[in-house]
Design a protein around this ligand. Structure first.
Ligand SMILES: C[S@@+](CC[C@H](N)C(=O)[O-])C[C@H]1O[C@@H](n2cnc3c(N)ncnc32)[C@H](O)[C@@H]1O
Length: 268
């Protein structure tokens, strides 16, 4: 079979599974094609493609998340009840590992890291997961603009509906940051617990993002514990990663430490 036809059929095979059909086609195609080239047969390539896609996305998100039910939960809240809205947001943030881990220090995380900026007028949240649910805990101006993207389609549709419901200015869209960098001009871009994941696929991905994101400030963070809860020298490894990718790029860098996450504010 011609190589291109075989690759197309293989990608379609990977996407037969609902778990991978919900991911941006470009990412699935990129990983599937690499594995088809590297493995000895389809069976092995299917296995390694699924493992890699799981590590990039599925490992963080509760499987079979009922987005329609969550939209209902938000829409059935009594109007103008900020506390209940925040409580529902917190409950949902528990369903994505990255936001769940941040909950114990959520009320200080964004205020501490973004304090040097004063009030924030615009954000680009790259590979956002459920982090836009944390907007009520961010020092944003009343009319701020929030852009957010991720590779998981139904997550993005859900956030789009939520933005329409809350009247949040901005937009939510599917992205594959390994293939292109969104170009919205913003005051600050969030790259939270993102760079080590992209580097697994492309060691140049972090540098490309730093060069191409159109933001005055970049808020970058790294986990300081693995998904299994071990720290294994991660803090030092990722401090070196930050040092390596920022070298020669002329940023002013401030660093912040939280119980399981280290953050850096890079300013141009
Ligand atoms: C560790 S989570 C971090 C989520 C969020 N930034 C946070 O800290 O709460 C990594 C996120 O990256 C997304 N992701 C993985 N590969 C991606 C890619 N190539 N392009 C865009 N998003 C990606 C995943 O779907 C997941 O939501």
């Amino acid at each position: 079979m011609p190589a291109e036809k075989e690759a197309g059929e293989f990608v379609a095979k990977v996407q037969e599974s609902a778990k991978y059909a919900q991911l941006d086609w470009g990412l699935v195609s990129q990983i599937a094609r690499e594995e088809l080239r590297n493995q000895k047969d389809w069976r092995m390539a299917l296995k390694t493609t699924r493992t890699r896609l799981h590590r990039l996305t599925g490992a963080f998100l509760t499987p079979k998340l009922d987005y329609a039910q969550w939209i209902d939960n938000f829409m059935s809240l009594p109007p103008d009840n900020a506390e209940q809205f925040k409580e529902t947001s917190k409950n949902m943030m528990r369903l994505h590992f990255s936001t769940k881990e941040r909950l114990p220090f959520l009320s200080s995380f964004f205020y501490t890291c973004l304090q040097p900026l004063g009030s924030v007028t615009s954000v680009l949240d790259l590979a956002c997961g459920l982090n836009p649910l944390a907007i009520p805990w961010m020092p944003l101006t009343g009319n701020s603009t929030y852009y957010a993207c991720d590779v998981v389609d139904p997550l993005i549709s859900f956030l789009g509906e939520l933005f329409s419901f809350t009247g949040q200015t901005g937009s939510v869209f599917t992205c594959n940051l390994l293939q292109s960098v969104p170009q919205q001009k913003v005051q600050v871009a969030f790259l939270l617990k993102l760079l080590p994941i992209l580097d697994q696929v492309d060691p140049d991905a972090s540098g490309n993002l730093l060069d191409q994101v159109n933001a005055e400030h970049l808020l970058i963070s790294y986990p300081s514990k693995s998904l299994g809860g071990r720290s294994k020298g991660m803090k030092q490894t990722y401090a070196q990663h930050l040092e390596r990718i920022s070298a020669g790029r002329n940023f002013q860098i401030r660093s912040f430490e939280f119980p399981n996450e280290n953050a850096y504010l890079l300013s141009r």
